[in-house]
Design a protein. Structure first.
Length: 464
């Protein structure tokens, strides 16, 4: 058996990595000089690197390892499916058992009339599907001019041409451009942008930008609005309580389609199966990936409601699909993942145990001199670093300088906690226990202390 083992010292692995491996979203020449940290194995919430460090993974990989690492049941499901039917497509009037079973299971766990699944290989692919799907929907409805999709600044929807265009990140648009027919409104980021307003008033202000944009474009030109229930990659921006109800009111009033991008918030992350349930959102389409398989296999998809599925199915072929749509091995693994989520009551664990336990400690981090606000929904949270809490000031240094320094302290202390600008974010595996939360908080506090000491020593505790 060709088992990949490590017979090399870390430095040699790093040199090979630098010579041949192009990392995503990375300054590869800077990384080449420094050397990547190389992960070797993982179990539960713990990673082990090639130097033997045990690292607590506060990010569940890339927001995806919901059931934790190293569950043998998923390996067994994959092996069994590879032997039974390693691949077949679902294009030309054929189907297979894993795709059927998974679609039915997703329809069972998804809320309301979201009963139909179009499979993709990732979240980006699923959002590309969504662009084509909503435009096709309006073609069939006899309103082909309804093509514009409204999305949000600092949203993240993937990095294919479609996903990257839906996302509102200038850095992504700068590399390769942006497809036509997608416009962005502001994000509900009260901490940075709310000024003197209350969070509730600011939530309404941002939501009403949707109405203004619809009127500006003409409702006859607008196909859909897409948003993450909670912006993840944008810094775990949990919207004010007024935001989603107002978005829903506007979407309903103008009859445009609503896409909830649940790639991060799906499958238990917010303490319900879907973030839409946590925030009272009624989408026509949900994007899923990540937690669908807990990252054990690449798989994503669009969950479509009865009405949209019926329209799409009423007018011949929808000319779209991927070789690996509903891949049988990925589907079998996702099915086993959902079985574990259900039978081990992991969503309930988030809601009743892990969230309340973490929230008490997370909130207490605002006592730290560097931390302005702490936010947490389910098991996705963020803290804002600031030189002056009273005024919610930004640092005088370039945005991200302080966040990066804090992340480097976390990394050195064997805690994966990321930064987005000067916000620190966490999204640990959903199975994290109270004892492990204690360790995470202890390491986070130590890292914040060290970061703070360094900032003071270097004269960086200055407001912009
Ligand atoms: N939608 C959302 C809400 C996501 O978070 C995607 C779509 C795209 O999924 P794929 O499977 O194509 O990556 C994502 C992915 C980060 C980071 O820096 C976040 C993601 C991906 C890569 C980096 O936090 N989210």
């Amino acid at each position: 058996m060709n088992k990949i083992t490590n017979h090399m010292p870390t430095a040699e692995l790093q040199a090979l990595d630098a010579a041949h491996h192009m990392h995503p979203f990375t300054d590869n020449s800077a990384l080449a000089k420094k050397g990547a940290r190389i992960m070797k194995s993982a179990k539960g919430v713990w990673l082990t690197d090639t130097e033997g460090h045990r690292i607590i993974d506060g990010m569940a990989g890339l927001w995806c390892v919901n059931i934790g690492y190293g569950r043998k049941e998923l390996a067994t499901a994959a092996a069994a499916q590879m032997e039974e039917l390693s691949y077949y497509n679902t294009f030309f009037q054929t189907s297979h058992i894993p795709a059927i079973a998974l679609a039915a299971k997703i329809a069972e766990v998804a809320p309301g009339d979201l009963n139909h699944v179009f499979f993709a290989g990732s979240g980006s692919e699923a959002n590309d599907t969504n662009i084509r799907m909503v435009r096709r929907y309006w073609d069939i409805m006899g309103q082909p001019e309804k093509r514009v999709i409204i999305a949000r600044t600092n949203g993240y929807h993937g990095s294919t041409m479609g996903g990257g265009s839906l996302g509102g990140m200038a850095g992504i648009h700068a590399h390769g451009g942006k497809i036509a027919g997608i416009v962005h409104i502001g994000e509900p980021n009260w901490w940075e942008q709310g000024g003197e307003m209350t969070p509730e008033d600011f939530g309404l202000l941002r939501a009403r930008e949707l109405e203004r944009m619809i009127l500006q474009l003409g409702v006859e030109n607008v196909a859909a609005f897409i948003g993450e229930p909670v912006q993840g990659a944008g810094g775990v921006i949990i919207p004010p309580s007024t935001y989603w109800p107002e978005i829903q009111r506007i979407v309903d009033k103008y009859g445009i389609l609503l896409i909830a991008d649940e790639v991060i918030t799906g499958f238990g992350r917010t303490g319900n199966w879907f973030g839409s349930q946590t925030f009272g959102i009624k989408p026509h389409i949900m994007t899923i990936a990540k937690g669908l398989s807990s990252g054990y296999q690449p798989i994503g998809g669009s969950i479509v409601n009865d009405h949209v599925a019926e329209v799409l199915g009423s007018a011949g072929d929808f000319n779209h699909g991927y070789t690996y749509s509903g891949h049988p091995v990925a589907a079998a693994v996702a099915l086993e993942n959902i079985r574990i989520l259900q039978e081990e009551h992991i969503v309930e664990h988030v809601r009743d145990v892990a969230h309340p336990y973490l929230w008490a400690k997370w909130q207490a981090l605002t006592d730290h001199p560097l931390v302005g606000e702490a936010k947490l929904v389910g098991l996705m949270g963020s803290i804002a670093l600031t030189p002056d809490k009273a005024t919610r000031a930004k640092f005088a240094s370039d945005t991200g300088t302080v966040g990066y320094r804090c992340r480097e302290r976390c990394f050195a202390n064997n805690l994966i906690m990321r930064h987005v600008g000067d916000r620190m974010i966490i999204s640990p595996p959903l199975v994290i226990t109270p004892e492990e939360i204690d360790i995470l908080i202890a390491r986070a506090t130590k890292s914040l202390d060290e970061c703070y000491a360094g900032l003071k020593a270097d004269g960086l505790m200055k407001s912009a």
